[in-house]
Ligand binder design. Structure first.
Ligand SMILES: *Cc1c(COP(=O)(O)O)cnc(C)c1O
Length: 411
């Protein structure tokens, strides 16, 4: 059976911006800290096949994925892009695996994060280098320093697996001078000291995320000093900042902590669609489900073939009570009949904000183009990108840009 899916929207990825964001992160992290590029969740919705080779070309020595199948996809994309195996980044499987993934881990030269004796058992005899996660407060993954870590290190030794790295993950990296982070740091230090006492020499010690690089209250020489204490290299794992976003620094004294990274970042994804049809409305007519928007005056609307099924959040709906989100539609000089008769090749003149009116529905959204002259059927529309960012969507939908980006579905 063949199912034809009409193309309603697409994303454009700027490799230039992705590389520039990577360089900005590396610079803010400092020369002594390596940046691992996180490409999990299909590179935060940007496409792992596209982003993995682009980040390798930008100089990323490590990529981070969720699971083994994602690691295999990244490895395949690197090979397809013509990057020789010896020049490819290493790939860290950050979020666990099952026995049925062990073959893929070996085949694609993936480096798993481990934290249970069971996981170590599955890898026994494979010679796979592992990174051990220390639970310092997230309580998702990781082993506790002390007896638990001691047992795990003994298992790793018995299974003849090289201990390549040690890591932890912070739960509030964007909080200025967070006591929570300080507690986590102390716990991680105790784990590193324990490893040192056992005479082990991991090559990598890593902690933190985009916010750890952005937040100067966190990106102290702490990590570098800690890594040095066991002769390892310091590494920070960055995802969201690669794609042009970063959580604002929070906390009572946030204002006194200037962001080290955020101002340098630019959005990598532009989500686009086309105007599918136009409609003139008389004053008093209503728009969409439940008639939540009423035209206060004669209006011109454009219909867009995107909706919540595509990841355009319903919270961006615009009603009489509350304005919603907007899209960017280029205007043309002049208006009315004159604009209509301009040759089709006439380039759009300037970008304009077109507010969403009425409810965002499953596959359709109406926007107000009354103030934008010369819009035509087939014109390109920016649903998300410059002028309407994932931060804007997230604020309106009361969520974080991560969730917005991951949810974009095109095709
Ligand atoms: C997703 C993830 C990161 C990256 O976080 P960002 O906030 O996107 O930079 C780092 N470490 C781990 C373990 C993660 O799961």
């Amino acid at each position: 059976m063949t199912v034809a899916i009409p193309m309603t929207s697409w994303i454009e990825i700027s490799e230039e911006r992705l590389a520039a964001n990577f360089r900005a992160i590396a610079q803010a992290a400092g020369r002594e800290t390596v940046v691992l590029a996180v490409v999990k969740a299909n590179a935060y919705g940007h496409g792992i096949e596209l982003c993995s080779p682009a980040l390798a070309r930008a100089g990323a020595p490590w990529l981070g994925v969720t699971g083994a199948s994602e690691g295999a996809r990244a490895r395949h994309a690197l090979a397809e892009a013509g990057i020789a195996p010896k020049d490819q980044p290493r790939i860290l499987v950050m979020c666990g695996f099952l026995p049925q993934n062990v073959e893929a881990i070996a085949e694609h030269a993936l480096t798993p994060v481990v934290w249970t004796p069971q996981q170590v058992g599955w890898l026994q005899g494979s010679g796979t280098a592992v990174h051990v996660e220390i639970d310092t407060g997230m309580a998702r993954q990781g082993v506790h320093p002390g007896a638990e870590l001691e047992d795990l290190l003994a298992e790793i030794d018995a299974a003849e697996l090289p201990l390549d790295g040690l890591l932890t993950h912070f739960c509030a990296a964007e909080a200025a001078h967070s006591e929570l982070t300080q507690t986590q740091q102390r716990r991680f230090e105790s784990a590193i000291a324990q490893v040192r006492r056992q005479g082990l020499a991991p090559k990598w010690v890593h902690a933190g995320s985009s916010s750890s690089v952005d937040n100067p209250a966190q990106s102290s020489p702490w990590l570098v000093d800690l890594a040095n204490s066991v002769g390892a290299r310091a590494m920070v794992r960055c995802g969201i900042a690669l794609y042009g976003y970063c959580s604002p620094i929070t906390g009572a004294d946030a204002a006194s902590v200037p962001s080290k990274l955020r101002p340098a970042l630019r959005p990598v994804m532009t989500w686009k669609t086309r105007v599918l049809s136009l409609r003139d409305l008389a004053a008093g007519e209503t728009v969409g489900y439940n008639a939540t928007f009423t035209a206060p005056a004669p209006m011109r609307l454009a219909m867009l073939p995107v909706g919540y099924a595509d990841g355009l959040r319903r919270e961006l709906s615009g009603s009489d009570a509350r304005p919603g989100g907007w899209v960017i539609i280029p205007s043309r000089d002049g208006s009315g009949p004159q604009a209509e008769t301009q040759p089709a090749k006439a380039e759009p003149q300037a970008a304009s904000k077109a507010p969403i009116v009425g409810r965002v529905s499953m596959n359709l959204t109406m926007v107000d183009i009354t103030a934008i002259p010369g819009v035509r059927v087939g014109d390109e529309v920016v649903v998300l990108g410059d002028g309407i960012t994932a931060d804007d969507h997230a604020r309106l939908a009361q969520t974080i840009p991560y969730e917005i980006l991951c949810a974009v579905r095109v095709g």
